[in-house]
Write a protein that binds this ligand. Structure first.
Ligand code: DGT
Ligand code: MG
Length: 558
């Protein structure tokens, strides 16, 4: 870049020499020689420029790639709490568009900013060398230009910051719609969604236009200023040259330097606008990179390794999704489950069942109290080890695009076909998988679209079983499976998971009636606890649930 700028600065100087010493004195030889020098300077400048462009692009693209990798790694370390804070749409904008803006900035910085600043100062020096007197023009025009630039930047910077937010909104609406497109169609809400998207898109457009308008005013204003100064120079310089104080060639070169100075200034201005835009983006990127991960691994010296099998204890646990403020979702939960026991959890929807079990593999940390596995606070167990011991089937079955086999062995990629099949059999999934023409190699679409709800649930169960966890959590995992299949899954589980502590969340009493212990959750509190018989004898709430589901007669026979 320095080479290119120096060569650019040479050109007017050489041209002045052609006019002054060649044309004015009729020296053809000098014209020829100097022209060759001009050509050499032009070629050197081009080589420098190309080299700079190449390395600037290489550096910026490399930077963008590194940054995206770093962000992706960061998002992977997020706990559920951070994921709640940064919804998918904004993550996508930040990882793509925002990184792109920062990447552009690096490139612009390496090319335009350095070029403009060198050219700016170099041209002023060259002009001073030609005629200190004429250079007084700078004293008038430069402050005016700075003022213009200041006005422009102070307005455009906040605007561009907003613009990234608008783009976020466009991406959010888009993403939500793509995920929920089936619901949109089922409820014939396409027109509504279209207008919602149009609104977000138009907001983005309007602000973009407003910012562009600001820039559109800037360039002509700068040009006007430039032309005015050229006229001034011609006026003053013309008089000087008439008196013989300044040679014609030097006057022409002087004007070229002034034009270069101002052009450098204009492109400096544009560069600063780009920087301001990238600043907004880089702030958003940094916000993500620096997001404090709420779930810190405890220091290594506190670590305890927990021998399986799993004893699970809740000690006065309270939990709320929002810090402070509103009423907690779980209130003062306390119980202890011995290794190998099966626990059923019942409760109306929204009672906090999923929230409770999510605390065991530390998807969230309790706000008060402690969750213990094998007598050790889960916060003192290395996360990977804890989650290796606790298998959870989340309420919403989520599968990845790929083969059924890869989905089942997601938690244990090196599992053999026999292991995969055994897990699938225990989850009552083997039969329907084997019925597919391609069996375990059947490729399922994103989110498992080619499978039924019950099939997805059973594959999720197989996925959790394959890792042979010490604690198994089934969060309403058989809700879409018919009663007979569910009963078979239950007995297969009993055989396979003997010695494993099981948590089974269910809506149906029949799913949990055989459990060693049943917890009834109401509004974030445990309102009843015991085996089916004990609860039938002692708990009104439990009897109510039973009667409503089975009828009194049958209930006492379960
Ligand atoms: P279910 O699955 O319908 O039978 O209901 P539960 O018992 O699994 O309920 P749960 O634990 O999902 O929700 C308990 C309460 O917590 C309910 O009022 C909704 C609220 N809640 C659940 N997930 C979130 C979350 O991610 N963020 C916030 N702020 N609140 C949540
Ligand atoms: Mg739930």
């Amino acid at each position: 870049m320095v080479l290119e700028v120096v060569m650019d600065l040479m050109q007017p100087h050489l041209m002045a020499s052609i006019v002054n010493d060649g044309v004015m004195r009729g020296n053809l030889g000098h014209i020829g020689m100097t022209s060759i020098w001009m050509l050499v300077a032009a070629i050197l400048g081009t080589v420098g420029g190309m080299g700079c462009t190449y390395y600037a692009i290489r550096a910026s693209v490399g930077f963008g790639t590194d940054l995206r990798n770093a962000l992706f790694r960061q998002v992977q370390t997020f706990s559920f709490r951070e994921l709640d804070r940064f919804p998918g749409g904004t993550l996508v904008t930040r990882l793509t568009n925002d990184v792109m803006q920062v990447q552009m900035l690096i490139q612009i910085f390496l090319r335009m900013l350095i070029r403009s600043s060198f050219l700016f100062f170099g041209s002023i020096v060259m002009a001073l060398l030609i005629s200190p007197k004429l250079s007084i023009v700078f004293a008038v025009t430069l402050p005016l230009m700075f003022l213009l630039l200041y006005l422009l930047l102070s307005r455009s910077i906040p605007m561009y910051r907003n613009l990234q937010g608008k783009l976020d909104r466009v991406n959010s609406v888009l993403q939500e719609n793509l995920t929920g497109i089936r619901v949109v169609k089922a409820f014939v809400r396409a027109t509504f969604e279209r207008s919602r998207f149009k609104k977000a898109n138009e907001d983005n457009y309007e602000l973009g236009l407003k910012a562009a308008r600001l820039l559109a005013v800037n360039n002509p204003a700068m040009t006007l200023l430039l032309n005015a100064s050229v006229v001034c120079i011609l006026w003053i310089g013309g008089a000087q040259s008439w008196e013989g104080a300044l040679e014609i060639g030097s006057l022409a070169a002087f004007i070229t330097y002034v034009i270069q100075t101002m052009n450098a200034m204009v492109s400096l201005g544009n560069t600063l606008v780009n920087i301001s835009r990238a600043k907004a983006s880089s702030d958003r990127v940094n916000e993500l990179l620096e997001a404090p991960v709420s779930m810190e691994e405890s220091p290594v010296e506190n670590h305890h390794t927990t021998p399986a099998p799993g004893r699970v204890e809740f000690r006065n646990v309270s939990f709320g999704y929002e810090e402070g403020g509103e009423e907690p979702v779980l209130k003062d939960i306390g119980f202890a489950i011995e290794p190998g026991q099966t626990v059923g959890i019942l409760g109306s929807t929204g009672a906090g069942k999923s929230t409770l079990v999510n605390l065991i593999p530390r998807l969230y940390d309790p706000t008060e109290g402690a969750v213990l596995v094998n007598g050790v606070d889960v916060r003192d167990i290395p996360l990977e080890e804890l989650r290796g011991q606790v298998g959870i089937v989340l309420q919403q079955a989520i599968l990845f695009s790929g083969t059924i086999r890869d989905n089942i062995r997601y938690g244990k990629p090196d599992a053999s076909q026999e292991e995969v099949e055994a897990a699938a059999r225990a989850a009552e999934a083997h039969d329907f998988i084997a019925a597919f023409p391609e069996g375990y190699d059947t490729v399922i679409g994103q989110r498992g679209v080619t499978l039924s709800g019950g099939q997805k649930q059973r594959i999720s169960i197989a996925r959790a079983l394959l890792t042979d966890p010490a604690v198994l959590i089934l969060d309403d995992s058989t809700s879409a499976v018919d009663l007979r299949t569910e009963a078979r899954i239950r007995s297969a589980l009993k055989a396979r998971m003997a010695g494993c502590t099981c948590f089974i969340i269910a809506q149906r009493i029949s799913s949990v009636a055989e459990a060693d212990r049943i917890l009834v959750l109401e509004d974030g509190r445990i309102v009843a606890s015991g085996s089916h018989e004990e609860l039938m004898a002692s708990s009104d709430i439990y009897r109510d649930i039973c009667e409503s589901q089975l009828g009194l007669e049958e209930a006492s026979h379960v």
